[in-house]
Design a protein around this ligand. Sequence first.
Ligand SMILES: Nc1nc2c(c(=O)[nH]1)N[C@H]1C(S)=C(S)[C@@H](COP(=O)(O)O)O[C@H]1N2
Ligand SMILES: [Mo]
Length: 344
Amino acid sequence: MKRSFGLKVLGCTVGAGMVIGGIGATMPVAALAQGGDKAEGPIDVWQRAAVDYDKVANVQGGFTFTQDTLTPADEVFNLFGTAATTICAKPGYAFDQVTHEDYYINVGGNVEQVYSIGLDEIERMEAERKEMRCTCGMSPSVAMASVTGVKVSDLVEMAGVGPEVNTITFKDKEGYGLPMPLSYVMDKEALLVYQIGDKAFSDGERVQVWIPDTVAKYFTRAVADIELSVSEEVPEVEGPDEEYRAKVNILNTVGDTFKVGDLIAFEGYADDCGTQVTAVEFSMDGGETWTSFDTSSSNTEDWVYWHFDYVPEAAGTYKLDVRAVTEDGTVSPLASSTVFEVEE
Ligand SMILES: Nc1nc2c(c(=O)[nH]1)N[C@H]1C(S)=C(S)[C@@H](COP(=O)(O)O)O[C@H]1N2
Ligand SMILES: [Mo]
């Protein structure tokens, strides 16, 4: 019999150092391998998890992956709106409410023609629809979404770039925003997004920059100003924090009990923000042995959405750990784990 776990909302994932009530979080692989007593995060689940799970060496199962699985739009909007991710974004995105009519963006700085453009007008411009991932550089969260917006290059062109301009900054009203090389933003064909899936951002408030292969701290929401400038030194584009390289996450919810012989369908994602994920690996003996599945046919624009079907042969309490390996040999510093019960 095939039994699936429910899938958890993406926003519920947590990073090291955050306490959760459930399982399915990420934790350092090293800590897992050492029985959890070295766990740096305070997640007591892991201390418990360390103890005595029934071990299965060289776990076998059915593996497939796809890259076109999308995160439901509502979950993308809320992805970073949870308490667990306030390190990355304003709690609940507490922006001032602005009506659709009153929302506008100023394009200025070192340009030939400073101008303001309203949301209505932006929506009348030629729209681009693209599938893109949004990956936080500082938490395990990743989403894949179909986003609609206008090309940043079209907006920049309307202003006319002044000589020697090499920097672009997307700022919200309070000044949030990081400078980026203009050439990078043009090459990546960044979008100013006003719709995710078939849903517009609420209250005309939330226009957001989306840039392929780039961590989400550059994805300024509620953009109020697009500033073009000349920097002495072109800013660098930062990648994800080391601990959030080769991100992997099991999206199944916890607590289900299965029967011996059930086919348990695990699923989740692996992503390294533009670096290829070449393998996804599973362990059911606390990291002593890993079974590796090749994903080197994957593209780097989309996440690797994996499925792992496992059939338990004996009753017990088990822990599944998952990690990803990338083309440059990075192995997830943070594995993702889930615990499940199997009955006779
Ligand atoms: N205006 C504004 N935009 C922001 C932030 C912010 O604090 N203010 N946080 C950034 C960070 S660090 C992340 S991870 C993403 C969160 O992505 P989301 O908007 O899709 O939830 O928003 C980015 N955009
Ligand atoms: Mo972030």
